[in-house]
Design a protein around this ligand. Sequence first.
Ligand code: XMP
Length: 514
Amino acid sequence: MPQHEVVLVLDFGSQYNQLIARRVRENKVFSMIVSHDITAEEIRRMSPKGLILSGGPASIYGARAPKPKKEIFELGIPVLGICYGMQAMAHMLGGKVTKARKREYGHAELIIDDFEDLFDGLDNKIISWMSHGDFVSKLPAGFKKIGHTDNTEFAAIADRTRRLYGVQFHPEVAHTPKGSRIIANFLCNICRCQGNWTMQSFIDDTIKNIKNKVGKDKVVCGLSGGVDSSVAAVLINRAIGKRLICIFINNGVLRKGEAERVVKTFKKHFHINLKYVNSESRFLKKLKGVIDPEKKRKIIGHEFIRVFEEEAKKLGKIGFLAQGTLYPDVIESRSAFGGPSATIKSHHNVGGLPLNMKLKLVEPLRELFKDEVRLVGKAMGLSDEIVQRQPFPGPGLAIRVIGDITRERLDILREADVVVLEEIKKAGFYREVWQSFAVLLPIKTVGVMGDERTYENVIALRAVTSADGMTADWARLPYDLLERISNRIINEVRGVNRVVYDISSKPPSTIEWE
Ligand code: XMP
């Protein structure tokens, strides 16, 4: 149970749920996303300072419309209903919701009628973001209008006695520029939150919790060198010291210098009990002649688990397995809406759960969003090089050497990859783009070097902007940067005589080439 102030976000299926939770946390109030039909009793047990009912795609009159339990409005806990959340609240409390002839979608000018609490400190008119079909046409008893737009009479409503509030627009999105203030007002003026959830308090609580949970047992952790497993390892190490054993497996498809970097950081700097396992040959043997991307992924995933289990066995009795699971994974895996989407690529996370080890789990990051994990990492002394890292796929360079994987081809890609990273970083684009990397293509092209004809490899350069990796656009990198990268790769990397730039977006392409 949380030891700090918490606000619950009831999930009615909005694509903005996680955004709401993050906006709350930006105010140093912990937030959790819970199912829309959570009972009053369950809520009481968690003693939240406030409830936010999210938006959602349904219509309240739809056959399968998700509805909150009516009793939650009688708990005396402040409620803010957003869009569908407001309609659901109005409907449950005796108001009326009507189907609009036309969906309202986009910016709308909100005229504020009452500045007492929710809209404290705002101008008379603000830009709000609307996306709804239904609207509240009659207020439930006790409510009054506190804001309207040209189209929507009850764009914001309040029942101050019961501390129930509703907004038809979305304060959580950037398209409502003053939305953060509205959420801050709800937390501060209405829920009376102090804002005591800081990264330091998170670290202190988590270390305490890990100690309690693990007791005298040992914990094993698969370290990948990525942000999540690194931060998890450092946190657990702080809690239980040498009883955490990290296993770092060199799967043969790592970037240049990665293994040395990980050993140096975690063993030398953080004094973590780290076991470095060099399985390069073993993985490369399995990958020999494999062309199919999904097969590559499966082989690497399976082999990783096998090596991990073999190594873990050598450690004697182990009680727990540490994992860098994040909050979005937790929410998505239990979301009642949206169902699983089609598998485009089987994203085997290296470090995935070894299935038959029968270990209990320690997941110190399962309440955090990625940007919060970075803050924790930073506060624990991890360098920017680790906490600000671009995502790197579990199957590593295996899915960036298109076609057959050999040591020689991996080495060519590694050298090109170094150039890309160096130049992107030097030009200040590393954090601006979501990912930037080189891909080695399975074709050769003709070139001319001096007076000689060459017949060599092609490197594709891929750089994308993205918010979450689900959709992406190719990055408009400056021509001179592209030129430097191309020149350096062709001059410095033996076996490459051509560089091309990938200008496809996702969808319909994907970020990785395989
Ligand atoms: P795609 O290529 O599907 O990639 O657009 C989306 C994001 O996921 C990463 N990616 C993977 N990560 N195992 C991983 O752990 C995988 O098999 C895998 N394939 C792609 C990719 O780098 C991008 O960030």
